[in-house]
Design a protein around this ligand. Structure first.
Ligand code: GDP
Ligand code: IMO
Ligand code: MG
Length: 438
């Protein structure tokens, strides 16, 4: 355990020139908040995967007023002046959602012109992808994934089927329209739905004028910036257990949410990423279906949901809640190469009489410390817990680790010890300032 970050001032010299922020659970760990804080110390903030299925919340105190922003496609560094935000090639971009976010920000006095770039290689998420997402979910009946219905799976499916439309295609509009027509007809036939193809084409005819100004070869941009010594923060979306390869397949999203995905999603090599900060909620939540061994039913689950405000930032769905699961955490550390942890929402555990941490599973009377690949097995495991003392003191204004109640300190130290990874950031509230550095 080497890293130590005593204050915000230590961030630059400690974390290095390029870092990745990874979700370690099932998403919504609080990535947006740390990215917003760190973006003050980095030159470039880049999204590398996913799309508007993400919902990253940032709360800022401005002139005594609390302002909340939720970003789905825009990187969470966009609030800062003098920083470049990049939406990389590994993402799937729904242009109407992006333009809506840009307009909303403008209404709040923030202009993104000159500080946003879209990769010309990123794929477009079109309206019919959303329709298909809905149909696929309906067809699954009792086995729904519980997607965000934002069209993510179908857009990535077109990408790997090599029929997808990219941002660059917009710049050759005649061909774009032709391909869109062909794809839409093919999908309408396969899934049996009606779709206003010409309406969609006309929308893009207008939108292209606005979009054009943001388009770039972002991989080139990043490499040039890197050579000039600029620092880069890569903002993960979703979480490790939603990764298409490493998550609880098929209850996952359709992209690589882990560090490998950050590299391909930007065209940036792994050996230049100096640190990976894992964002880990002090307990666990999940939206959508799929296994969740430490899930709590009853009062305790409800208490976490109420105190933590656990409702999806994208769909508003109530999040399933449960104890922290270190088998899941260990897996995230290994797959992402996590060197530092931001434990978030520790304040939410205040008032719990005792707090449990899942440390291993039992499957067929045998203790296991890894996640079974078979979903049937994963659903059949029982969790082995250690139990820690709770605390009742309000910690939301606490600024230093030593001022936390002893029991809260013990909880953090236990996690650190079991994961052999330093907890350098501890979230104690929703705002930028509500962070303990250590
Ligand atoms: P993301 O998708 O990982 O960026 O996370 P979301 O924004 O979807 O969900 C995290 C929620 O927790 C948001 O409402 C944040 O404002 C909130 N949050 C983040 N960190 C903390 C914290 O330390 N304490 C509390 N109470 N809330 C937090
Ligand atoms: P952030 O970045 C939480 C979940 C959905 C569903 C599964 C597949 O805010 O952490 P999809 O629409 O991607 O095909 O849905 O993945 N999911 C998320 N859950 N946070 C997210 O993003 C998520 N993005 C997708 O709920 O279970
Ligand atoms: Mg979220």
């Amino acid at each position: 355990m080497t890293l130590s970050i005593k204050s915000e001032a230590d961030i630059e010299k400690t974390l290095g020139q390029v870092i990745y922020i990874a979700g370690t659970q099932w998403g919504d760990e609080g990535k947006g908040k740390l990215v917003d804080i760190l973006s003050g110390h980095f030159d470039i903030v880049a999204r590398s995967a996913g799309g508007a299925n993400a919902g990253h919340t940032i709360c800022v105190n401005e002139n005594g007023e609390s302002k909340k922003y939720v970003f789905h496609l825009l990187p969470s560094g966009i609030l800062r002046e003098g920083k470049m935000s990049i939406i990389g090639n590994g993402t799937v971009i729904h242009i109407p959602t992006l333009l809506e976010e840009i307009t909303q920000l403008k209404e709040q006095g923030i202009d993104v012109r000159g500080k946003l770039l879209l990769s010309d290689k990123a794929h477009l998420l079109l309206e019919y992808h959303k329709v298909i997402d809905g149909i696929q979910e309906e067809r699954k009946k009792g086995k729904k994934v519980g997607t965000t219905l934002r069209g993510i799976g179908p857009a990535y499916t077109d990408k790997v089927s090599r029929i997808g439309l990219r941002i660059a295609d917009l710049l050759d509009f005649e061909h774009f329209a032709e391909k869109l027509r062909r794809n839409a007809e093919r999908h309408m036939k396969a899934y049996g739905f009606e779709f206003d193809i010409e309406g969609e084409i006309n929308y893009y005819k207008d939108a292209v004028e606005v979009i054009e100004g943001y388009v770039a070869n972002t991989a080139d941009y990043i490499h040039n910036a890197y050579r000039e010594g600029k620092s880069i923060l890569i903002e993960g979306a979703q979480g490790s257990q939603l990764d298409i390869d490493h998550g609880t397949y098929p209850f996952v999203t359709s992209s690589n949410t882990t560090t490998g995905g950050a590299c391909t999603g930007l065209g940036f090599p792994p050996n230049k990423i100096e640190n990976v900060v894992g964002i880990m909620k002090a307990y666990t939540t999940r939206v959508g279906a799929g296994p969740f061994p430490t899930e709590l039913g009853g009062m305790e689950g409800e208490m976490l949901r109420d105190q933590g405000g656990e409702f999806g930032a994208t769909t508003g769905r109530p999040r399933r809640c449960g104890w922290l699961d270190l088998v899941v955490a260990k897996n995230a550390i290994e797959i992402n190469g996590i060197t530092s942890i931001n434990l978030t929402k520790l304040d939410v555990l205040t008032g719990m009489q005792s707090i449990k941490i899942g440390t291993s599973y039992t499957l067929d009377n045998e203790e296991i410390k890894t996640i079974p690949t078979s979903l049937t097995d994963f659903e059949a495991v029982t969790v082995n817990y250690i139990e820690m003392e709770g605390w009742t003191e309000d910690i939301s204004k606490t600024k230093s680790f030593s001022d936390l109640p002893k029991a809260a300190q013990e909880y953090v130290k236990k996690i650190e010890e079991l994961l052999e990874t330093p907890v350098n950031f501890i979230g104690v509230g929703v705002h930028r300032d509500d962070m303990i550095y250590r």
